[in-house]
Design a protein around this ligand. Structure first.
Ligand code: 5AD
Ligand code: SF4
Length: 474
């Protein structure tokens, strides 16, 4: 048994990060263990977690298990959790209740708890003491050892808990079962060293570790050969890619090399304004297959709050970067993340955020009420703003965000745009896909365009999406 520890998670060791290529394997006895059996997986949180789940699915399938959408008939139920805000916790607790109920009616069901929540000291203790029926608890650094944990739990029938607070090395060679045949997530780095004062990620995902450029480029080239059209390079702070490798090779170099593979579309998330270099902007502007879409988290429009958040930029520095990006990259769409109600945020400081939103007119923003995360510096900051006031601020902010989202979308009316058609839409009888600027488009159904990048004429603009029709000749 190995439990997480927040003090350990805060440390950043000097030890050299190794690239391990033979760490993942399935023990012989487990190779056929899952034949005729089923698993299901519930994924919460960011794209990083979505991609981890793609790895976990492949690991399960290497043992012979087959995927189910729902838990009722499953032999193994996996919760891949997120810790970013309290509401992510609440969802998982609800799920644990459902699983417990199922376990009471069906014997032999195995529950696996993994992801960022598993890295939290308090949660791990809770799982040990209050939920001993959860069979396997594994952290973000060691999920590739799932076959071993399953083997042990099947033998001993005891709770297996292994969560490391000190990050591991970079593990290559974990298999992946991608959700899409057209677009793929690629991890370029793990962890984060930024330590924004509100954020749990540096603790749950550990120190920044970049993958080697040749491993990333090999993965992209393989995807091109397999007919993939789009890759999204993933990291908590992709702009800092390579800084830990000392190769003199950074994000601008990686973007250039990925673009040169010839893949149709290159995207990346998430960028911290701090490390956004001019060279990166130049590369994005130069290569037509690097998409003109940038997610640039603002968090707050007040310099005092930004400083308390440990963001390392001022309101004006952010504005300058924003305008530089807009100037240098034609047709770029910029989206953001904003937190309201950070401890000590005054009405005037919140108004500074609203003013900046009025000025910058984002294409879209993800907005959140500050959520206290145990163990982070901000959890000790005095917070005298009521929940009611915070909710009201969120609502005022969202009204503006929605207004600008719609106005930006309206600029597309009547225009012909390129859309990668991914499949059926939630809207009955329609297909869906994204523009280069990451606008969701629902289009009239024409099945043979799925998996293609086609011209679509925009006929209607809404707040969250566009409607369009396939241009004749496609
Ligand atoms: N409370 C509220 N929002 C948070 N985020 C990160 N940590 C917190 C927190 N403690 C938001 C930030 C980040 C996004 C992924 O989640 O805006 O950019
Ligand atoms: Fe949630 Fe952050 Fe973990 Fe992603 S990295 S799953 S957003 S806590």
């Amino acid at each position: 048994m190995n439990l997480p520890n927040i003090k350990e998670a805060r440390k950043r060791s000097e030890k050299e990060v190794l690239v391990k290529r033979d760490e993942y394997r399935v023990p012989l006895e487990m190779k056929k263990q899952g034949v005729g059996k089923y698993y299901c997986i519930y994924t919460y949180g960011c794209q990083m977690n979505v991609h981890d789940s793609e790895n976990i699915k492949a690991i399960m399938e290497e043992m012979g298990y087959s995927l189910l959408e729902e838990m009722d008939e499953a032999d193994v139920i996996i919760l891949n959790t997120c810790a970013i805000r309290e509401n992510a916790h609440n969802k998982v607790h609800g799920m644990l209740g459902r699983i417990k109920h199922l376990k009471e009616t069906k014997e032999g069901v195995i529950t696996v708890f993994c992801g960022c929540m598993a890295q939290e000291e308090g949660i791990a203790l809770e799982l040990k003491e209050k939920f001993p029926w959860v069979d396997i608890v594994m952290g973000t650094h060691n999920f590739h050892k799932l076959p071993f944990y399953l083997e042990n739990t099947l033998k001993t029938k005891k709770q297996e808990m292994e969560v490391f607070s000190v990050e591991g090395d970079v593990i290559e060679g974990i298999p992946v079962k991608r959700d899409s045949r057209y677009k793929a997530w690629i991890n370029i780095m793990y962890g984060c060293d930024k330590f924004c004062t509100y954020c749990i990620v540096p603790y749950t995902r550990g120190r920044q570790r970049s993958r080697l450029p040749e491993d990333i480029l090999r993965e992209v080239n393989d995807l091109v050969s397999d007919g993939y059209l789009e890759v999204t390079l993933l990291g908590q702070n992709v702009n800092a890619y390579g800084k830990d490798l000392d190769l003199g090779y950074g994000m601008a170099d990686l973007l250039r090399d990925v673009a040169k593979t010839g893949i149709e579309r290159v995207r990346f998330v998430t960028s911290h304004p701090w490390d956004f270099t001019d060279e990166m902007i130049e590369v994005i502007a130069l290569y037509k297959n690097i998409m003109p879409y940038i997610h640039l988290p603002l968090q707050s429009g007040s310099t005092r709050i930004l400083e308390k958040m440990g963001r390392k930029y001022t309101r004006d520095e952010y504005r300058r970067l924003f305008y530089k990006i807009k100037e240098m990259i034609p047709n770029v769409a910029i989206t953001t993340d904003i937190i309201v109600g950070f401890p000590g945020e005054t009405e005037e400081e919140f108004m500074e955020t609203l003013d900046l939103v009025d000025e910058l007119k984002y294409d879209l923003a993800y907005t959140f009420i500050y959520s206290k995360r145990e163990g982070t510096p901000a959890s000790c900051f005095e917070d005298d703003t009521s929940e009611e006031v915070k909710k009201e601020r969120l609502q005022r902010l969202n009204e503006k965000i929605n207004q600008y989202a719609r106005e930006n979308n309206e600029k597309y009316l009547g225009k012909v745009v390129k859309v990668l058609v991914e499949g059926e839409s939630d809207k009955p009888g329609k297909l869906m896909g994204y523009t280069d600027t990451m606008k969701l488009v629902n289009i009239d159904n024409k099945k043979d365009v799925i998996g293609k990048i086609i011209d679509v004429k925009i006929t209607e603009a809404k707040t969250w999406s566009l409607d369009g029709e396939v241009v004749d000749g496609e």
